[in-house]
Ligand binder design. Structure first.
Ligand code: P70
Length: 468
């Protein structure tokens, strides 16, 4: 694809399109306290207490700062059990910005994934997608499906500068369709952006070509739209012919190319809890309405309070504003560029919701079976109280048949940036802290897993430091 070097918002000076009205203090701990805290947590950053964390980069999920409008929205909550006005406002907002016709609210993204997977997937089906996501894949499997990765090869290489590493390899998808038959593929699962690849976008051109291909075989596209505005921004910045479109226009276009979506509203839409599934097909909608009352709540609130639906509707409108998304991604790129200047190995190109450290290159002396990314996340916490997240062999789980660890190519530590929460000075502290760990990397040893839960093991697994 031809790339234009133009209007490079990503490298220009940017400023936040807001000012700060309320602050929450953060506290620094001593190194001795942190060593103790991470040991108690089994060297798993998910098991740390937030009070022991200085800068929290575990996730961008549910951790964003709401705007004054969103907080005002909370006061407009209509907590009626049935038919809350906030539900209708949310539905209208989703129609307007995301194009989807029918909406079923859920408590968060995985609630929507559960319902949609159960409705659409039958035992023995295949679900191709642009790289796995942990919860999405698990729900596909629990419904009887098998996830098949059809992302482009570039996505598995942290050094490859291809700007749209979220793209689908259409030839590989067509081979799969011809091999198993279109009737065994209920839908193609497309994430905007691709979290596990480092927050990498899919291009509009690839999505359009995918739509043509799936139309040919009568296969649906289900959209994991968790970070769709961030994906749209990257399209605006990097894709030929898109620079004059607004982020809102691109978001609408992306959604229009798909048949339905699951959303974790805790990311792009900047609420602390919430999600939904949205579809255009009235039959799927009816089935989802039947299921949501079993697993979440009545179809007009699903898993959410009225006030939360109101804050979400407002968050959606804010999330597609160009000034917002430019500052949001600009901050991530500010951090990534500074780390790169220090020679720290990161996933390139820099994604949208965080900077991903390449643990294989950072700690080349630690083999993947000794959990280099898990180790690096623990060391970064000990260094400075910064909490990051492992995205490597622990996250990838085990092969269902052989019981062996899956060995993903990408062994990463994610420095995830919450929206509108931290300042540029925080970013500078992060760079300094990562660099301090980098300087002493040769003395760092790997780890051993001493407790492994059955599902989504990365959340609760425990580790022990190896002596050598
Ligand atoms: C994260 C969070 C959630 C998520 C996502 C995409 C692309 C669906 C979901 C599920 C939280 C998380 C979840 C599993 C492992 C680690 C962290 N991602 N699709 O931090 O949404 O959490 O609302 O159920 O990124 O990346 P939800």
């Amino acid at each position: 694809m031809h790339l234009k070097e133009k209007n490079m918002t990503l490298v220009k000076t940017w400023a936040e399109p807001y000012k700060i009205k309320m602050v929450e203090p953060v506290f620094m701990t001593t190194k001795a306290q942190r060593k103790n805290a991470i040991k108690e947590a089994g060297y798993n950053t998910f098991l740390l207490k937030s009070a022991d964390v200085y800068i929290d980069l575990l996730t961008d999920s549910g951790t964003s700062a709401m705007s004054d409008r969103q907080w005002a929205g909370l006061m407009m909550g209509d907590e009626a059990y049935a038919g809350s006005r906030n539900y209708y406002n949310l539905e209208e907002t989703i129609n307007k910005y995301y194009s989807y016709k029918y909406v079923v609210p859920t408590h968060q993204g995985r609630g929507a994934e559960h319902i949609l997977s159960q409705i659409l997937i039958s035992e023995g089906d295949y679900v191709p997608g642009n790289m796995y996501f942990t919860t999405t894949k698990l729900h596909q499997e629990l419904a009887g499906g098998k996830f098949v990765d059809v992302i482009v090869d570039e996505a598995h290489d942290p050094e490859n500068m291809f700007p749209f590493k979220g793209n689908v390899n259409l030839e590989r998808l067509e081979v799969l369709i011809n091999k198993v038959g279109a009737d065994k593929i209920p839908y193609v699962s497309i994430a905007t952006t691709v979290n596990m690849a480092g927050g990498q976008p899919i291009s509009l051109a690839n999505l359009k070509a995918l739509r043509e291909l799936t139309n040919k075989y009568g296969i649906k596209i289900i959209h994991d739209m968790t970070r769709v505005a961030e994906n749209a921004f990257m399209i605006q910045q990097k894709e030929e012919g898109c620079k004059d479109k607004t982020v809102a226009e691109i978001v609408y276009e992306i959604c229009s190319l798909t048949d339905g979506a699951t959303m974790s509203a805790k990311k792009d839409a900047m609420v602390n809890i919430g999600g939904f599934l949205a579809v255009n097909d009235p039959d799927i909608h009816e089935k989802a309405q039947n299921m949501v009352v079993v697993y979440e709540g009545l179809h007009t609130y699903g898993g959410m309070a009225g006030r939360d639906m109101e804050a979400l509707a407002i968050g959606i409108t804010e999330s597609v504003q160009d000034a917002h998304i430019q500052a949001r991604v600009g901050q991530v790129h500010y951090l990534g560029n500074k780390l790169q200047k220090k020679g720290i190995p990161i996933v390139k190109p820099i994604g949208t919701h965080g900077v991903f450290l390449d643990a294989k290159k950072f700690l080349p002396h630690i083999s993947q079976d000794k959990f280099p990314a898990q180790t690096l996340a623990a060391e970064l916490y000990i260094e400075s109280g910064i909490r990051a997240m492992e995205r490597g062999i622990v996250s990838a789980g085990r092969n269902k048949k052989t019981g062996e660890h899956n060995h993903p190519n990408l062994e990463l530590v994610r420095l995830t940036i919450p929206r509108r929460v931290y300042t540029q000075a925080h970013m500078d502290v992060i760079v300094e802290s990562v660099y301090n760990v980098y300087k002493r990397k040769n003395a760092i040893k790997g780890m051993e897993m001493i407790y492994e839960p059955k599902y989504l093991r990365f959340f609760q697994a425990r580790f022990k430091k190896l002596k050598k």
